[in-house]
Design a protein around this ligand. Structure first.
Ligand code: 5GP
Length: 342
């Protein structure tokens, strides 16, 4: 509804290549007809479910479509423009830098291109502040993780505040966080903020326990932290004690079948506890959603009033990785919009 669209919002968990809209996929497919990409291959529609493994196959197909510098520029600009149109005022995009031999793309150029897209949107005066998290795909192991951290450090120093942190994502059933600890520690020590996908699947107890020692600055999903789904009280206590905000993506978890139904989502537990949690989209293109819809789903599923929804979106400001000055600006923006939106 209009309220959710007008609601000023903060998006903190958006993977670039999972956020590509149908319209942009169409443009890319026309440019690369030999790939024979159909809609059902890149998006999971209403009522559809996939296994997490099938979701990761979808990213492989999108990566085939987005393999050159000009693709990344278009995708990033389109995604930012779409978030802005949905009422997102502050966005932290994340993406895994890729190198593509066939198009001459390098990881460094990949990051530069995303930053270029952010700058171009700024020049067009879109009403959205965008930052970037460099992503580590856990599948690629310790060496690549360390390389990625070094690249992120360089950009943190040269990007005028656009690169604010590091993401750890990728197939949670592959690899072990233990091997990535040195890279993650180094990133943290050099001032990069850490957002880590933790406990997305039930088998990650030991890894989560280890990675929580860093501690991360935010947690992605944390689906299996709670004792009733196989987690433990000690994990929950660590998250609470360190006040680590959670990025929660309802539709993603339901469509990816790590959560059986919206009403079972762990948002309920953390929200009732008063623990900082931020509603996010994860992959708005793949899961056919947007942030307005995610807020609306949270509200209708858990019976939140408009006042409560407003507070939820406002409190997300506290969890952003950009500096305090940016937080102040956003709080000011929210205050200015409140009477007209609520
Ligand atoms: P990209 O990093 O290429 O911009 O976005 C796609 C990538 O994000 C995927 O290949 C995967 O590494 C990561 N990703 C997207 N959604 C999820 C998710 O729900 N869970 C995890 N663990 N990784 C994801």
């Amino acid at each position: 509804s209009v309220f959710y669209r007008q609601l000023p919002k903060v998006e903190l968990h958006a993977h670039l290549n999972g956020s590509v809209s149908f319209q942009t996929i169409e443009k890319l497919s026309k440019q690369k007809p030999h790939l024979n990409i159909e809609r059902s291959m890149t998006a999971i529609g209403k009522g559809q479910r996939r296994t997490l493994d099938e979701c990761f196959q979808v990213f492989k197909i999108i990566h085939q479509l987005v393999d050159a510098e000009e693709d990344i520029l278009m995708v990033a600009k389109d995604v930012i423009t779409e978030f802005a149109a949905d009422g997102v005022k502050y966005l932290e995009l994340r993406s895994t830098p890729r190198e593509e031999k066939t198009t001459g793309l390098t990881k460094k150029r990949y990051i530069e291109t995303v930053l270029n897209a952010i700058q171009q949107c700024k020049n067009e005066e879109l009403d959205i502040d965008v930052r970037f998290l460099v992503a580590i795909d856990r599948r690629n192991g310790a060496e690549v993780a360390m390389e990625t951290v070094k690249l992120a450090e360089e950009f943190m120093l040269s990007s005028d505040g656009l690169v604010v942190g590091l993401d750890l994502s990728g197939d949670p059933t592959v690899g072990h966080g233990r091997d990535l600890l040195p890279a993650l520690r180094r990133a943290k020590n050099s001032g990069l903020k850490l957002s880590l996908h933790l406990s997305e699947v039930p088998s990650q107890l030991e890894e989560t326990d280890l990675l929580l020692e860093l501690p991360p600055d935010r947690i992605g999903h944390g689906t299996f932290l709670l004792p009733e789904v196989g987690g433990s009280k000690s994990l929950v206590d660590k998250v609470v004690k360190n006040h680590i905000p959670l990025e929660l993506c309802l539709t993603s978890n339901v469509k990816g079948q790590t959560v059986p139904a919206y009403s079972n989502h762990h948002f309920k537990y953390w929200y009732q506890l008063g623990h900082p949690c931020v509603i996010c989209t994860d992959d708005k293109g793949v899961f056919c959603t947007d942030l307005s819809q995610e807020y609306q789903l949270a509200a209708s599923t858990f019976g939140l009033s408009r006042e409560a929804v407003w507070t939820l979106s406002q409190q997300a400001i506290d969890c952003i990785f950009a500096q305090d000055g940016v937080k102040q600006q956003l709080r000011h923006k929210w205050a200015g919009m409140k009477s007209q939106v609520l």
